[in-house]
Ligand binder design. Structure first.
Ligand SMILES: Nc1ncnc2c1ncn2[C@@H]1O[C@H](COP(=O)(O)OP(=O)(O)OP(=O)(O)O)[C@@H](O)[C@H]1O
Ligand SMILES: [Mg+2]
Length: 144
């Protein structure tokens, strides 16, 4: 089966940039469409007790600004390739949001990098990509 609807998880890391580029190459071969997803993580509950509402608001604003910057970067990469793509910013747990979105748009492939912005250097597979590989309904391509 050709991969026609490709969801790409984009967190702004070099790894996710690579993943996006590979997804573009693939979409060109399959005449597929690219759906980029960027997920903003809410502040963890353990932390919320110790910070003010103003600080939470500031954090959320910062995260949104970051996502908008990522969006521009991602769109530049896509535009350079001559393809078109949609971009969606979601809030919540990255792997869950990526998978829910992939179900919603009836994707047939999810592409992610093997690592992202966080994590340890020695880690071969980050938690987001590992969860997606384990639990998604779609085929997954992990770019190394
Ligand atoms: N917030 C996010 N929004 C969209 N895609 C994401 C997000 N976080 C990760 N991804 C996707 O998952 C890939 C792997 O990132 P992952 O989060 O698993 O690794 P990590 O950040 O190095 O480790 P960890 O998050 O477990 O500390 C990224 O290259 C990207 O494709
Ligand atoms: Mg991560």
């Amino acid at each position: 089966m050709a991969f026609k609807k490709i969801v790409v998880g984009y967190d702004g890391s070099e790894y996710s940039k690579n993943a996006l580029k590979k997804a573009i190459e693939l979409a060109k071969c399959t005449e597929g469409e690219i759906h980029i997803v960027g997920v903003i993580k809410p502040i963890e509950f353990g932390v919320i007790d110790y910070i003010t509402p103003e600080e939470i608001e500031e954090y959320e604003k910062e995260e949104e600004t970051k996502e908008e910057k990522f969006l521009k970067e991602a769109m530049n990469i896509v535009n350079e390739s001559g393809l078109q793509a949609s971009y969606k910013i979601l809030e919540g747990d990255p792997s869950e949001q990526i998978m829910t979105y992939a179900d919603e748009v009836k994707a047939d492939l999810i592409v992610v990098g093997h690592r992202g912005l966080g994590g340890f250097k020695r880690l071969l597979l980050g938690s987001t990509s590992s969860e997606v590989v384990k639990y998604s309904n779609q085929s997954v391509l992990v770019i190394k």
